[in-house]
Design a protein around this ligand. Structure first.
Ligand SMILES: *Cc1c(COP(=O)(O)O)cnc(C)c1O
Ligand code: SF4
Length: 344
């Protein structure tokens, strides 16, 4: 594996420490003002004004690379809809609540959440590289849940003490938002627990900030005893451009299992054609569709909701059109259930 240098733009050779700066710089340069986004995409400034009000509780944030995949002039662009706050977010809709999947009772302190047998979820950080308006953890109390590197030692001790845990899932927020150095220490510590066999990383970063897939990160994943599994999060084929495909290809050399989870979102991917294109594109770049989640009814996201019957019908259509392994499982989370519920 290459470890020391990486080429960018075909000419400049950077040292790893500088490479790390590239993604940090891109994150620092991410767009945080809806007016700037509307300007970049030639959209009506009135949209931005409404958006500013709507994003007051859950800040607007989107990296420029993701914006470059949106169609200028199209207020219904499926990537734009995922990130731009809309006034409807402020409506109080019955049934749309702060903790839609019952995570609060499953918190074990120290950033660990265990709801299902054999695997636990470790909330590594509350931060993300993009703010998705439909996010089910948009109101999650990260600060009081121990979702930070300060809790890693306690979390690892808890996992060590529970021999039933065979898989640790790094989640968040986005777990790849923390430094490689911190991640390396955490993964080495989990690696030292003999009953843990697999490390799973749930992350949207390979899609929204592909420069974050550094040589150092690949080296960490390549040298752990644990079987590495990465579950990315893309909802639309247009999210997966050639730069993303490149980051996935580099990961595929060290990650044994590469999956995608998507959320079924009204106006974004709620047609058979759109979901077929997503599956085809995922398989082109070496990622297997895993879950298509029905929206978790979190407050502020009701506008994205697609009824269950439509989801089931869409999956039936996919089954008639695609290879079996190209069809994701339609899943919903019921608070208190011993697994996610497969609807199709
Ligand atoms: C979704 C989830 C998992 C993983 O479930 P799989 O069906 O194994 O993908 C684990 N823990 C929690 C708390 C989850 O929400
Ligand atoms: S990247 Fe994931 S955790 Fe972060 S806002 Fe989007 S859906 Fe939520």
């Amino acid at each position: 594996m290459e470890t020391s240098t990486v080429r960018t733009n075909g000419s400049i050779t950077l040292q790893p420490s500088m490479v790390r700066e590239v993604w940090k710089q891109e994150l620092a340069d991410a767009v945080r003002d809806p007016a700037e986004l509307c300007d970049l995409l030639d959209l009506d400034p009135a949209i931005a004004q409404k958006s500013k009000d709507a994003g007051r509780d859950f800040m607007f944030l989107v990296p420029r690379g993701f914006i470059s995949r949106m169609q200028p002039g199209d207020p219904n662009d499926p990537l734009l809809l995922q990130v731009l706050p809309r006034l409807e977010e402020l409506d109080d809709i019955p049934g749309f609540v702060s903790d839609p999947v019952g995570e609060q009772p499953a918190r074990r302190g120290t950033g660990l959440i265990q709801k299902y047998h054999g695997r636990c979820l470790l909330l590594v950080t509350g931060g993300c590289a993009v703010h998705c308006r439909y996010c089910f953890r948009r109101e999650f109390p990260y600060a009081e849940s121990g979702a930070s590197p300060a809790s890693f030692v306690a979390a690892v001790n808890e996992i060590r003490a529970d021999e039933s845990i065979h898989e640790v899932i790094l989640s968040g927020g986005d777990p790849l938002l923390i430094d490689d150095a911190l991640l390396e220490t955490l993964i080495r510590d989990i690696d030292s627990i003999s009953h843990v066999r697999r490390l799973r990383i749930h992350t949207r970063i390979p899609v929204v900030l592909p420069s974050r897939i550094t040589e150092q990160l690949l080296h960490i994943l390549d040298t752990t005893r644990l079987t590495a599994c990465v579950v990315i999060h893309a909802n639309h084929a247009a999210e997966l451009d050639s730069i993303v495909a490149g980051s996935i290809r580099r990961m595929s050399h060290v990650v044994r299992i590469l999956l995608n989870q998507a959320v079924l979102l009204r106006g974004v991917n709620d047609t058979a054609e759109s979901l077929i294109q997503l599956s085809e594109r995922l398989l082109d770049i070496g990622v297997t569709p895993y879950y298509l989640h029905l929206l978790d009814p979190v407050r502020g996201a009701s506008d994205f909701d697609v009824p269950e019957e439509i989801g089931v019908r869409l999956i039936e259509e996919l089954r008639n059109r695609l290879s079996g392994y190209a069809v994701p499982r339609l899943a919903r989370e019921h608070p208190g259930s011993p697994s996610k519920t497969w609807l199709a």
